[in-house]
Design a binder for this molecule. Structure first.
Ligand SMILES: Cc1cc2nc3c(=O)[nH]c(=O)nc-3n(C[C@H](O)[C@H](O)[C@H](O)COP(=O)(O)O)c2cc1C
Length: 218
């Protein structure tokens, strides 16, 4: 079929118009997706920060420190003792310029369903302020008793240290240690107990450097 020149021009104009409209829609659509993503990411970051602040305050009360805890942090890295090759954030609590405690987020890499992120608080003298679970994928109804909303299991760490119990006691009871486990779900607490013990070893090795005021996050 042959079109005369006038019909061809009309057709070309229509094609260009449709292409322009489609391009505009594509630009608008991707702009909208980017905008929504940025708003959502900001919300997630704000929520995570609020949750972390609540969790930090569950381990250390505000009268125990007088520095700006959230802005007095460093990044530490030790794959063997912190359970991850990634840098781990470590907050430093001080009162009247004196070191009070550290709170940091090591990983128990060998949970039943992978990594369990913990918040571990350690007093200057090496006793545990306590431990909380930040995130995990353990099985609901089986491995999730490590969460405080499911049981008090994790509260047993408060006050413990490298000498309470001694080295051989830092295991679940099934393995000859002092820490309870739920029969039929021992893998999860075993991973957590090991990670907390290693966090204490890390603290013992690194304590002087951790509180050094010249040591600041880049
Ligand atoms: C579907 C499924 C999910 C499980 N989830 C967990 C879990 O989240 N945590 C855990 O410790 N064990 C879990 N288990 C059980 C472990 O495979 C393992 O049998 C148990 O941890 C061993 O504990 P025990 O030595 O007290 O018997 C799960 C088992 C199955 C079949």
């Amino acid at each position: 079929m042959y079109l005369d020149i006038e019909s061809k021009t009309v057709l070309e104009v229509r094609i260009i118009r449709i292409a322009t409209i489609l391009t505009l829609f594509a630009i608008l659509g991707s702009g909208l997706v980017t905008f929504t993503y940025q708003i959502t990411a900001q919300h997630i970051a704000a929520n995570e920060r609020a949750t972390l602040l609540r969790t930090l305050n569950a381990l250390i009360s505000q009268d125990q420190y007088d520095n700006d805890l959230f802005n007095d942090f460093i990044w530490v890295q030790n794959e063997e003792l912190l359970g991850t090759e990634q840098p781990v954030i470590l907050y430093r609590a001080r009162k009247a310029e004196q070191p009070v405690a550290v709170l940091f987020i090591p990983v128990a890499p060998s949970g039943y369903s992978g990594a369990i992120r913990l918040l571990v608080g350690i007093n200057y003298n090496g006793t545990l302020l306590g431990v909380r679970v930040i995130s995990h994928q353990e099985t609901p109804g089986l491995g999730d008793y490590i969460e405080t909303r499911r049981s008090n299991w994790i509260l047993d760490f408060k006050g413990r240290s490298l000498t309470n119990p001694n080295e051989s006691g830092w295991k679940v009871k099934r393995d000859g240690g002092v820490f309870d486990q739920l029969t039929g779900a021992t893998i999860t607490p075993r991973a957590v107990v090991k990670a907390v013990h290693q966090a204490l070893l890390f603290y013992q090795q690194q304590r002087p450097a951790l509180f050094n005021k010249d040591n600041v996050a880049p």
